[in-house]
Write a protein that binds this ligand. Structure first.
Ligand code: MN
Length: 441
C-alpha cells in the first residue's frame, strides 16, 4: 500500500500527534484560530465538522520535525539526508488505470468549488484561499510535466484566481501557452503526502518533473492517473482534484494574502483558473496550510537545508544538523568543530549555497538546532560578537525587498573555544529524556 495523506494521518494519530476537533468550526477565521493553538502544541489538526461543507479539514501534518520524520520514515536529524538520497535518485512515476481519487467524478456544472471548506486564513485576506493545492501542468512546447504549489483565491463556484509569475515554472509554461493563444490545462491535487507537497514547493531545473523526485523519495514510482477533462496526470491517492484551465490573456485583481513571511502581499493582477471538473474520494479530506506556519516553513525549508548541508559538507566540516527556522531567511548549523575559525567558513559556504539566507548561526553538536531557545542559549553563552561574527554587505538576498533590508548577511560563530570542553560542558539531568511523565501522574 503506497503512502498517502491517510496513511500518514494514521501514523500521526497512533503517535498521539493528531487531535480531532469535534465541535463544528467556522472555516472563516475560527478554524485557523483553533489550528494555531494545536500547532503550538505540536499537533496535527483534524477538523471533523466544518460549517458550510461536508468535508473534514486537516492541517499541520508537517508542523514539527517529528512529524516530518514520521512522514519520511526517519529521525528528525535524518530528514535532510533522506531528502538528499531520495532526490538524487529520481524515479519515473507510473500511470495506473484508476485510483481512489476517481471514486467520485463530477464534470461541468456538477462540479462546484463551493462544496469545499472555504477557509479564510488571515484577517485581511481577500477571501478564502486554497493553499495546499499541488498544481500539475504540461509545457505546451515540450510536453514536460511541471508540479508546483500556487495560491488560489476563491472567486465563484467555478472560478479562482491563481498566482503564478515567471521565472516560476508554471508562469513560464503559461506564458508559452498564452503566446499560442491557448488556455493552459492544469489539475490541482489537494490532500497529499508531504513527499508530493515538498517536491512541488522545490525549485528544480526547468523541465525536470518534480514527481520523479517524489518517486525517488518513495523509493518506488508514484502512481498517477489521467485526468478526465485535461491532458495531465495527478497522484492516484490524492483526496481531491480540481481540473480546469488557466485562461489566456486575462488578469484580475487578487489579494491581499497573508504570505510566508507573515506579511500581506498587496493586490495584484493575477491569472484566472476556470473549473472543468472535480474528482475526489468517496469521503474526501480537505487539506489546508497556513502560510508562515512552521508547517509552511518546513515545506519551503527542506530543499534549501539540503542545498546548504551539501555545500557545508563539501568544505570538510563535520555537519550534524541544520535548520532553517523560524523563517527560511535564518539558519542554525550544528557541527563538530575541528579548527578555530571553521564556523565562519561554514557560514560562508551556507551563504554561497543559498542566496536568500541572511542569518547563519553555527553551533556545537550538543546544541539542538531545531530548538530556537537552544540556539539563543549557545549565542548568549558561547559567541563572541566582536571576533566571532562577520558581515557581508551588498550581497544578493531575498529579492522582494523595496527597503533593501535583505541584501546583507551576518554569520555568527556560537561555538565554544576548542580544547575548553570541560569549561563548556553542558549540565544534564540524567534520565530526563527517557522518562514517560504519564507513569508519574
Ligand atoms: Mn518545475
Amino acid at each position: 500500500m503506497a503512502e498517502d495523506l491517510r496513511s500518514l494521518l494514521q501514523k500521526l494519530e497512533e503517535k498521539g500527534k493528531l487531535t480531532r476537533v469535534r465541535r463544528e468550526v467556522d472555516p472563516r477565521f475560527e478554524l485557523p484560530a483553533v489550528l494555531k493553538h494545536l500547532a503550538r502544541r505540536g499537533q496535527t489538526a483534524f477538523f471533523e465538522r466544518v460549517k458550510g461543507s461536508r468535508l473534514p479539514v486537516v492541517s499541520n501534518v508537517m508542523g514539527t520535525r517529528e512529524m516530518l520524520a514520521t512522514a519520511f520514515g526517519t529521525t528528525p536529524e535524518g530528514v535532510v539526508q533522506k531528502w538528499i538520497d531520495g532526490t538524487s535518485n529520481p524515479i519515473d512515476p507510473v500511470l495506473v488505470p484508476s485510483g481512489p481519487v476517481k471514486e467520485v467524478v463530477k464534470i461541468g456544472d456538477e462540479a462546484n468549488i463551493d462544496e469545499l471548506p472555504l477557509v479564510i486564513h488571515c484577517a485581511k485576506d481577500a477571501g478564502p484561499y486554497i493553499t495546499a493545492g499541488v498544481v500539475v501542468a504540461r509545457d505546451p512546447e515540450t510536453g514536460q510535466r511541471n508540479v508546483s504549489i500556487n495560491r488560489m483565491m476563491y472567486r465563484s463556484a467555478h472560478e479562482t484566481g491563481i498566482r503564478m509569475m515567471p521565472p516560476q515554472h508554471l508562469g513560464v509554461i503559461q506564458e508559452k501557452a498564452e503566446r499560442l493563444g491557448r488556455p493552459l490545462e492544469v489539475a490541482v491535487a489537494i490532500g497529499n503526502h508531504p513527499f508530493e507537497m515538498i517536491v512541488a514547493a522545490t525549485t528544480v531545473a526547468f523541465g525536470q518533473d518534480e514527481f520523479t523526485l517524489a518517486s525517488g523519495l518513495r523509493g518506488e514510482p508514484l502512481q498517477l492517473v489521467k485526468c478526465e477533462t485535461v491532458d495531465v496526470e495527478v497522484p492516484a491517492c490524492a483526496e481531491i482534484v480540481l481540473e480546469g484551465e488557466v485562461v489566456p490573456a486575462l488578469r484580475e485583481p487578487e489579494g491581499p494574502f497573508g504570505d510566508f513571511m507573515q506579511y500581506y502581499v498587496p493586490v495584484m493582477n493575477n491569472h484566472i483558473f476556470r473549473l472543468r471538473a472535480i474528482t475526489h474520494r468517496r469521503d474526501p479530506i480537505y487539506q489546508t496550510i497556513q502560510a508562515s506556519s512552521t508547517e509552511d516553513v518546513h515545506l519551503l525549508a527542506l530543499s534549501r537545508e539540503s542545498q546548504v548541508y551539501e555545500a557545508v559538507r563539501r568544505t570538510g566540516a563535520k555537519i550534524k544538523a541544520i535548520s532553517l527556522s523560524p523563517t527560511i531567511l535564518s539558519c542554525a548549523i550544528a557541527i563538530e568543530k575541528q579548527f578555530e575559525g571553521e564556523p565562519k567558513n561554514v557560514a560562508a559556504a551556507a551563504f554561497g549555497a543559498y542566496r536568500w539566507l541572511k542569518y547563519c548561526v553555527v553551533v556545537d553538536h550538543d546544541v539542538d538546532v531545531f530548538d530556537i531557545n537552544d540556539v539563543w542559549w549557545a549565542m548568549a553563552t558561547r559567541s563572541r560578537p566582536d571576533k566571532g561574527s562577520f558581515i557581508m554587505s551588498d550581497a544578493m538576498g531575498f529579492p522582494r525587498d523595496p527597503f533593501n533590508i535583505h541584501q546583507s548577511k551576518i554569520g555568527i560563530d556560537a561555538t565554544a573555544p576548542l580544547g575548553q570542553w570541560q569549561e563548556f560542558e553542558r549540565k544534564i539531568v540524567p534520565g530526563a529524556d527517557e522518562i514517560n511523565l504519564e507513569d508519574y501522574l
